[in-house]
Write a protein that binds this ligand. Structure first.
Ligand code: TYM
Length: 372
């Protein structure tokens, strides 16, 4: 198996999450810490219970601040290089839950600048347009309009620029090279960009005029940004951002496959017609056996089965149901077709509802978007 690569721009190979915790220097999300979180939230989201979010930085510190009356805010984002797929939405679902539980603000960055800089094909207008398309999915997720601030970097650069300058000045090229793998052919826009993704970590402090704790829910690919941000925070007089790290929802072609906007069959996009999504699921990678007879005799492997994993990570909230699906699939009592059908029903229902809300969101963009 190829060695895993996990950077903000490339996730490939067989990702070993325990190894990533060591390599990145993060902490695993322990049961004790989850119990402490639960004191605030009463219940625990299934993505936390199941350790879909498995690692963190300073969540314990953040809760201490909260307990002392320092309200934290949330920060997350999206790089608008195409339409949103369900993997992008996975962290947003947990983010919404956190916003509801803590009744807190959310700062949502759309990095249309990054996706322009990092693409051979997309123009500045393309990524700016996708930022607005993606904003519809963000709004449709159900965030609180009074407490959610969505911004495209192209439209909000002035506010962030001075903060980004401070971060950039304290971050050497040598550090950035080490963290992001930049080399001599990387364009200089990209070498500056991490300072722009760092800026919203400090923006709430600037806007409120007081040091404000920030929690960032995202998949673990974004952690390199928080590393350089945390490095400079103290020296700039800000709190270090805290982070929650999620696993990756696999592409439809199997455990180590990637979702890609250029490969429509690799992922379910939020704009896919529900029946198209069903077809994609029915063709997706299965952890079942070659023949039905063999499957009934030997059973399948839910740990690599796309539909089982999608149910576990995102689409089936009921723990008992997930456990039962895994058990029956392993025993050969449920076939690949059965599990695919179950997932397809869930995803069709999700898409129908999401697309209705996405349509309504077009009228509400002004309530969420901030510009300068
Ligand atoms: P982007 O657009 O690559 O990803 C958006 C969010 O989705 C997460 N993610 C996934 N989660 C689960 N399964 C997957 N297969 C999957 N693929 C992507 C990402 O971790 C991210 O949370 N540079 C960023 C945009 C950004 C940002 C942020 C993200 C700016 N500020 C703060 C998170 C937090 C990007 O291109 O994300």
């Amino acid at each position: 198996m190829a060695d895993a690569v996990v950077t903000p721009w490339d996730v490939s190979g067989d990702v070993d999450y325990d190894k990533l915790i060591k390599e990145f220097g993060t902490k695993s999300l322990s049961d004790e810490l989850l119990a402490r979180l639960q004191k605030h939230t009463k219940d625990l989201h299934f993505m936390l219970r199941r350790k879909v979010f498995f690692s963190h930085r300073d969540l314990d510190w953040l809760l201490s601040k909260q307990e002392k009356g320092e309200q934290f805010v949330l920060y997350t984002g999206r790089g608008p290089s195409g339409h949103t797929h369900v993997g992008h939405m996975l962290p947003w679902i947990l983010t919404k839950w956190l916003q509801d539980k803590f009744d807190t603000e959310l700062y949502f960055q759309l990095t249309d600048d990054e996706k322009f800089l990092n693409s051979d094909k997309l123009s500045m207008e393309d990524t700016h347009n996708f930022a607005y398309e993606n904003a519809l999915d963000i709004i449709a997720t159900g965030f609180n309009p009074k407490k959610t601030f969505i911004f495209s970097n192209q439209d909000y650069a002035k506010t962030m620029y001075n903060i980004a300058l401070k971060v950039a000045k304290l971050t050497t090229f040598s550090t950035a090279k080490g963290v992001f793998g930049f080399n001599n052919s990387t364009n200089i826009g990209m070498t500056f960009f991490p300072a722009i993704q760092a800026a919203p970590c400090f923006l709430p402090t600037e806007l409120k005029g007081k040091k404000t704790p920030v929690l960032i829910p995202a998949a673990i690919d974004q952690d390199p940004y928080w590393r350089i941000t945390r490095d400079v925070a103290d020296r700039l007089g800000y709190y270090k951002p805290a982070a929650l790290h999620g696993r990756f929802l696999p592409g439809l072609q199997g455990p180590n496959s990637k979702m890609s906007a250029s490969k429509p069959d690799s992922a379910i996009f939020t704009v896919d017609a529900p029946e198209v999504a069903r077809k994609k699921i029915m063709k997706s990678f299965s952890g079942g056996r070659q023949t039905l007879k063999e499957h009934k005799e030997k059973g399948g492997d839910p740990d690599v089965d796309t539909s089982c994993q999608y149910l576990f990570q995102m689409f089936e909230e009921d723990d008992d149901k997930v456990t039962e699906v895994f058990r029956q699939f392993r025993a050969g009592d449920l076939t690949s077709g059965d599990v695919k059908g179950m997932l397809a029903d869930k995803v069709e229902a999700f898409l129908k509802q999401h697309q209705k809300k996405r349509e309504q969101a077009k009228k509400n963009l002004d309530k969420f978007l901030v510009k300068d």
